[in-house]
Design a protein around this ligand. Structure first.
Ligand SMILES: C[S@@+](CC[C@H](N)C(=O)[O-])C[C@H]1O[C@@H](n2cnc3c(N)ncnc32)[C@H](O)[C@@H]1O
Length: 276
């Protein structure tokens, strides 16, 4: 029997140590870049989140980030004036996301263009929101943990206003999917890894009533980014924060596998924008 997905994510999480570290090193509040090694839990880091946010339509205001994790994307979005709700099934991630946001606000202040942030612990299969309550829904390395994408996408359509937008930055299975090595950051083993191929993902989106407007495979850039990260991870430790504060020592093996999985074509990284 596999452990729960939340257990996978929180078993090594050093919540109190992270907050103490942030207070100690950044008494005026951390910047988005200082937080990035901790709160951008996906391939491509802060630049990938910038890319994703640039795909949003100019009039977007109310956004749901599904599988928000520690909230790097949310805080970047709020800086652009978006009102973002972050939903996550791992309650300790939601709680830490909220606590980090309070500290980061100390640094960023509150300007007239600042958006708002809300945090909800819940399952994407049963979104606890009213119909047509969001302009856009985001997935950043989270659909890949979900065993029933049809159900999740039906929920997305329900909470999106007519004509609303869905934007994804996801891992999909690559041409050499049988070579996938575990553990990876999103799963210890196959029980929590639900990668679709890109054709399967686009078909699933279309069958759920979404019209694809942009679809880009940026695995090559992802591989280069991961190679640079791997070099940093192997250098003597000087970083204030790193993914080890979330995943523990397991991350050394997870990070190595991420690189190998990208290099051997077991996984690809894609960006998709669609409308309903
Ligand atoms: C790899 S992390 C990515 C976190 C964040 N999106 C990021 O890129 O930094 C995947 C996140 O999705 C969340 N998640 C997975 N399945 C979920 C579900 N069914 N409902 C809500 N959240 C889920 C996990 O708890 C985890 O925080």
């Amino acid at each position: 029997m596999p452990t729960s997905l939340a257990h996978h994510y929180h078993q090594a999480l050093r919540d109190q140590d992270i907050l103490h570290q942030l207070h100690t090193h950044y008494p005026d509040g951390p910047t988005l870049h200082q937080l990035a090694p901790l709160d951008q839990l996906h391939i491509g880091g802060i630049a990938a989140s910038t890319r994703l946010l640039e795909l949003l339509e100019p009039n977007t205001q109310h956004v749901l980030d599904i599988g928000a994790g520690l909230g790097g994307l949310m805080r970047q979005g709020a800086e652009l004036g978006l009102h973002i709700t972050g939903l996550d099934i791992t309650h300790r991630f939601s709680a830490l996301n909220q606590a980090i946001s309070r500290l980061a606000l100390g640094h960023q202040g509150t300007g007239p263009t600042r958006g708002t942030l809300h945090w909800v612990t819940g399952d994407a299969c049963a979104l606890p929101f009213a119909n047509a309550s969001f302009d856009a829904v985001l997935f950043q390395h989270s659909l890949m943990n979900m065993p029933d994408p049809d159900k999740v996408l039906a929920q997305c359509r329900r909470v999106l206003r007519p004509g609303g937008q869905l934007v994804m930055h996801e891992v999909v299975s690559g041409p050499n999917s049988e070579a996938l090595l575990f553990p990876v950051p999103w799963a210890e083993g196959p029980a929590h890894s639900h990668l679709l191929s890109l054709p399967e993902l686009t078909q699933t989106l279309e069958a759920s009533g979404f019209k694809i407007q942009h679809c880009e495979d940026w695995s090559h850039t992802a591989l280069e980014w991961r190679q640079r990260q791997r070099q940093k991870e192997q250098a003597p430790r000087t970083a204030v924060l790193s993914p080890q504060w979330v995943f523990g020592e397991r991350f050394m093996c997870m990070g190595k596998h991420l690189l190998e999985n990208l290099a051997n074509g077991a996984i690809n990284v894609v960006e998709i924008s669609a409308r309903c």
